[in-house]
Every structure is written in C-alpha cells, then in structure tokens.
Design a protein around this ligand. Structure first.
Ligand code: MSP
Length: 507
C-alpha cells in the first residue's frame, strides 16, 4: 500500500527554528515507520516562498524575494538533512513546474464555476497573509496569533466560492470522523464550518510576487492557495519523467501545527472538491512547543536551536526530546535544562547503559555470542503485542504515546537487570542455564525496543542493532524470542556520550 505524508512548507521569511524542526521530525518518524512496515512511502517537505510575508521580509533586508527564498530554502534543506529526515523530495513553490500546475488547477476551479469577481474589505494581518473574521480579532484590532495591528484593506479580487462548500464539507466530516485528529481539532474545524463560511479571495492585486492568475495577469494567486497546492503539484514532477500522482494521491496525512488548521481542514478540501480532485485522507494537528524564557543552560544557552543541538548531541537526541517532552497534539514547554535532563537520565542512563551493560555481559560471560534460550516468562507478558500497539498509535498520529510504550519497556529491562543480577548468576556454574536465559532475554528485549526505535532514533538504534549482530528492521520480528541466539555481538561505543558544557560568555 502507498503512504504519502507531508509537512507544511515553511515560510522563507525567517531562519528555521525548533518549531519547524518539530513537524519534520514527526513526519519522518511516521515515514520511517511505514517503510519498516513495507509500505510504499512518499514523504514531502519544502518551502513556501511567495506572498506578502516573504515579500515584506525581503524588502526589509533590501533584497528581492527570490534572493531571500534562495538563501533560506537552503537553510531549511540543511535542517531536514541535519535532522536525518528521509524526505523523498523538497518542494519550493518557486519551482517552475509548481507554478505551471497551480495555474492549471486554479483554471479548473474557475472553469467549474467556483470563481467570481468581487471587492474585499476587511481587517488583514500581513504576517498571516489573511483577512480576519470577527472572532479572530483581538482587542484593539490586533491579530490573535501575531499580536500586531491589523490593516483595513479593500481590494478588487477574484473570489473562490467557499460558502458553496459548507454542505459538502459537513458531509465529509460526517463520513470521516478521523478526517482531522486529534478530536478537539476535528471539533474546532467542524464548528468553524458550521458557523458559516465566507467566500475567500483567491487572488491579490497589490502584489507581484506569486503565480499569475491564468485569466487575469494583473493579479497573483493568493499565497495560501498556491502553497496548499504544493502537496498535489509535487507528485507531478518530483521524479523526472514520471508522474507519481496516481501512485500517491490522495495524501494519507498532512501534518500541521494548530495555527494553520483552518487552511488545511476547511479551505484545502473545499479547493480540491472544486477542482474535482480527491481530498486527503487525514490532517494530523500538533500543538505548540513553547520556546519561552528560561534560565540559561551551560551548554545550550537559553534557546533550543536545532542546528546547535544536533551539532552537540546528535539528531537522535533532538528527535527523541521533541516527541517525548511534549505530548504530540498538545502545547508544552521545552527548555535546554529539560533537554539535558532527558539526555542524561533517559538516553544515556536508561537506554545507553542498558545497551552497554547487556553487551558487556554477553561479551564477558558468553564470549560475545548471544546464548540460545527461550525468553524469560517474567518478561514475555510485558512485551506481548508491543509492536502492534506502537503501530496502532502511530496510525492514530500519536508518536508521543508510541514512544512512551517503547520507553516503558526500556525501563522494564533496566529493572530486569537489577532484579536478576546476572553478575551474581555468573559466579555460580550451577546457574549457567539461568544466565543463558537472562542474557538471551536482555539481548532480545534490547533488539525489540531498538527495532521499534529505528523510526525515532535511527542512527542510535541502527548502531545498537549492529552491535547485537542482528540488523533486521522487520517489524514482524519485533517480538521477544523472534530471533534465535547465536548472533555475534560487538562494542557499539558510547551511544550518548557526555557533552561537556561549553563556556557561555555573557553578552
Ligand atoms: N507557510 C505556511 C504553511 C503552508 S502549508 C501549505 C506556514 N509556515 S510556517 O513556517 O510559519 O510554519 C510552518 C509550521 O511550523 C506550522 O505547522 C507551524 O505550526 C509550525 N510551527 C512554527 N512554530 C511552532 C512552534 N513554536 N511549535 C510547534 N510548531 C510551530 O505556516
């Protein structure tokens, strides 16, 4: 089966930060996990380069929007690579193929009778590039998201008859109770639809930076229409000489932050219906990482800057922390102290030590060969159905809960070492069989959690599996006892080495 997952395309008006890394990490975990399940995966990310926010940022810097796009698209590509993301393509909305396809789809929406000419008047946020409805306006006419003053704008535009799609959208929501997850975001989108939809201006006349409206070159396509279409256009040209649309469309999952829910859960499916294109299967919504003010950390300063964290601690540590610290779907605070604490107590101590102890004992007591035995009944129950549970949670876009399930087993294995004290068993020849069983169970437990962790922490889990002498990533074998003994182990080296605090110079 095919599986197509996307991240939002990131605005190039600023530098990448942890908030951007977050969606990419989550999408990559899902993409890797689905590949492990043998699915035919396509994972898309990229940059959103048109529109007012980008044009304004470029102007402020005294460069052209294209120059700004070129400069920052590289940074976002570097971010994906630094995070060890396995995206199959990186789309830029300035790609000529994208422009062409946007024009084609917009023309279809027009030809299908869903476009009219009108005048728009209203309060507009230049940072959102969006007109605001009454409920979205804060006191003193400010934007609820950006807290900047709104501008009163009046424009002759082309309009998309969004209001005509209220009923079809309500039907979609009635038929697909998991069209948007989590549930509270589904409810939020549905009540937005039910409160009545206003038509949406599909073009802008004051702006030159964008895709020209095919039937009226004096206007450009509204940046959100242009941007949303990336999910569809990319498939037509991501592989030279090949159109992947039939293979991967409709998308299985659009991962987004909660601030762009309306665009993805209301406007996007309506646009697709208007163009007679199938709507995506699901929109998965995450909350905000609150990157607030914190005490200064010795090594990370006072912000979690993704490039810096990866440089110091590796991508796996950041991937782990982002999904572990804040339950996916909810808002939560992140901090350098929190990061360092989890790195030390969970990654280095719980997982890293478990690995090095287990491998050292197999080395010392069994000459580096995993003994052949059956798994200890003591542990079997605790591992029963684990792979299915993790897969099920990831299907429900719950990566934090999935990671927690795995981590409970890491902790269980640590308790097992404490309880069984293999070093005591090793002193007594009469306990040789019992020691075989304990060491086999530990090696198997470690193998199972590592196979499941491959999607979350690919580099470390791979290294550990290699050290265990069994690199098979097959999820069907992520069961205690699925691999026989006999594998030759090796030293994995320090998986999560201590990071020396760097000197922080006061500014
Ligand atoms: N360009 C639009 C998306 C178009 S998709 C067709 C956009 N870009 S963005 O760069 O501003 O944001 C991209 C994503 O980053 C959004 O999903 C947003 O929620 C996410 N985040 C930005 N800051 C964030 C946090 N502090 N925490 C979590 N995610 C946040 O919107």
């Amino acid at each position: 089966m095919s599986y197509y997952v996307t991240t939002p395309i990131y605005y190039v008006n600023g530098e990448p930060h942890l908030g951007h890394a977050y969606t990419t990490i989550a999408a990559d975990v899902l993409a890797r996990h689905m590949r492990q399940r043998g699915e035919d995966v396509f994972f898309l990310t990229g940059t959103d380069e048109h529109g007012e926010p980008v044009a304004q940022a470029a102007e402020a810097l005294g460069i052209t929007p294209r120059e700004l796009g070129d400069r920052n698209a590289v940074r976002f590509k570097e971010l994906a690579a630094a995070l060890n993301a396995t995206n199959d393509f990186f789309i830029r909305t300035t790609d000529p193929e994208h422009l062409e396809k946007v024009a084609e789809v917009v023309q279809r929406i027009h030809d299908n009778g869903h476009v009219f000419e009108g005048t728009y008047e209203g309060w507009f946020c230049p940072r959102c590039a969006d007109f605001k409805t009454d409920s979205e306006i804060e006191e003193g006419n400010t934007c609820a998201i950006h807290r900047i003053p709104l501008e009163w704008r009046k424009e002759d535009n082309w309009f998309f008859r969004l209001s005509a799609f209220q009923e079809p959208l309500e039907r979609l929501y009635a038929e697909r109770p998991d069209f948007v997850v989590p549930q509270e975001r589904f409810n939020e989108a549905l009540s937005f639809i039910q409160s009545g939809l206003q038509d949406l201006s599909l073009s802008r006349s004051r702006l030159k930076w964008g895709v020209p409206v095919p039937w009226d070159q004096s206007q450009v396509v509204y940046v959100w229409i242009d941007a949303l279409l990336n999910y569809y256009t990319a498939l037509s040209y991501a592989r030279e000489g090949e159109d992947l649309t039939d293979r991967f469309w409709p998308a299985d999952l659009h991962l987004i932050g909660k601030d762009i829910l309306k665009f993805h859960a209301v406007i996007w499916p309506a646009m697709l219906m208007a163009a007679e294109i199938e709507v995506p299967r699901q929109v998965g919504v995450h909350g905000f990482l609150l990157l607030g003010e914190h005490k200064m950390s010795k090594s990370l300063g006072n912000v979690i800057e993704p490039f810096e964290v990866v440089e110091l601690y590796g991508a796996d540590a950041l991937r782990y922390y982002a999904l572990r610290e804040v339950r996916f779907g909810q808002d939560g605070e992140v901090s350098p102290e929190g990061f360092e604490k989890r790195y030390t107590t969970e990654l280095a101590n719980e997982y890293g030590n478990l690995a090095s102890r287990t491998l050292a004992m197999v080395g010392r007591y069994r000459d580096g060969v995993v003994p052949d035995a059956t798994p200890d009944p003591e542990l079997v129950g605790d591992f029963e159905g684990l792979a299915e549970t993790v897969s099920g949670l990831l299907d429900r876009v719950e990566p934090s809960l999935a990671l927690d399930e795995i981590w409970q087993r890491v902790k269980r294995l640590n308790r097992y070492v404490q309880d069984e004290q293999p070093w005591q068993l090793a002193k007594d020849e009469g306990q040789a069989e019992r020691l075989d069983e304990v060491l086999y169970s530990l090696a198997e437990g470690l193998r199972v959690v590592s196979v499941l962790l491959l999607a979350f922490m690919p580099a470390s889990a791979e290294r550990l599996l290699a050290a265990l002498g069994n690199e098979d990533p097959d999820l069907g074998r992520a069961r205690l006892g699925a691999a026989p003994g006999g594998a030759t182990t090796s030293e994995p080296g320090q998986l999560f080495p201590r990071v020396e605090p760097t000197e922080v110079t006061a500014a």
